[in-house]
Design a protein around this ligand. Sequence first.
Ligand SMILES: N=CN[C@@H](CCC(=O)O)C(=O)O
Ligand SMILES: [Zn+2]
Length: 417
Amino acid sequence: MQTDILITNIGQLLTMDKKGPVKGSEMNDLPVMENAAIAVKDGRIVWHGPADQAGNFDADKTIDAESRLVTPGLVEPHTHLVFGGSREEEMALKQQGVPYLDILKQGGGILSTVRSTREATYEELLKKALFHLDRMAMHGITTVEAKSGYGLEKETELKQLKVAKEANAKHPLDIVTTFLGAHAIPPGYKENPDSFLDLMAELFDEIKAENLAEFVDIFTETGVFSVEQSRRYLLKAKEKGFGVKIHADEIDQLGGTELAVEVGAISGEHLAVASDEGVRKLASSDTIGVLLPGTIFYLGKDTYAPARKMIDEGAAIAISTDFNPGSSVTENLQLIMSIAALKLKMSPAEIWHAVTVNAAHAIGRGDTAGMIAEDRAADIVIWDAPNYMYIPYHYGVNHANTVLKNGEVIYRRGTVR
Ligand SMILES: N=CN[C@@H](CCC(=O)O)C(=O)O
Ligand SMILES: [Zn+2]
């Protein structure tokens, strides 16, 4: 058979070919194929199997993986991709121990990025989003979720979503958009957060009609939105046909994890301080826990999500960078894989499920992303690593050697000699 690309001499191949979301102890069961090859045609995987059968395929181009690790492209299920400005001056406040929610209360934090995002032009936001997407691609990510939430007014929220939609058209990576208009209470609504939520809910029809977002998200947190407000808002979103997500139990234990399960959210995100009851409910539900340990690290906290308890009780877990300009400023999901190993005590096998098949399910892409299988898009990474355990082990650097998106090589590691 004539194909476009043949990847040969794969040392270890992780196909992640499982019917997800993968839950509980099943996350630790990682089939590994040694000495494998993959054939790609018209952007799709047409075959994968033992390297000694690769001779059945002719290819326009052969890539010798040189015994390296090969996996599906990483899926990044939680980012705040589109924003103006940056917040490096907040680092000093963090060093002085000023809590994240106090910075927000004083009009900084998210509200500082809201000001910059309102000021930025559409073109400036697009250019910046494309830059960050390039960096994600270089780190092996091939599908990304992107939230709005730095407008907190109709016009700027729509601007962010439209930027994400255009970035999806312009950039090789696939972007899945989430409307996070309920990210903070803007000035002018402090005394009346309900009317702010009503204002944001007025956008649901337009967002749906223009296909600007698939999901609606809310920040359920002290000083932001209560569980009761979140419930009402998310149920309205569901009525309009959106999938829902929650920034839940990030800092204070309000019961956001329980709410995520109650409203049938596709994912509960953060869950750093989830209660035992929340963990139990999560484990016996279809809601995926998207854990963001980079945020806990970056905010200098030590309350990492109870990932072990969640997995041991049977939950499906994904992990993410939470890329944003305040609480987790990195596009490097590999770094988060290391933090997940060190702080969440997840095994390498669990971590690979959390950045592929489960992450894809957390953003409604379980049928198309996060897996190497016949007829799937050829989203593939060749890693400068001899085995799957190596990526979380060797931390803080980029191990991606070659990244393919829809069968095109979009990144190859350069050399300095
Ligand atoms: N916690 C709420 N939202 C983001 C942070 C946004 C920001 O600080 O700009 C998060 O997921 O961590
Ligand atoms: Zn977030």
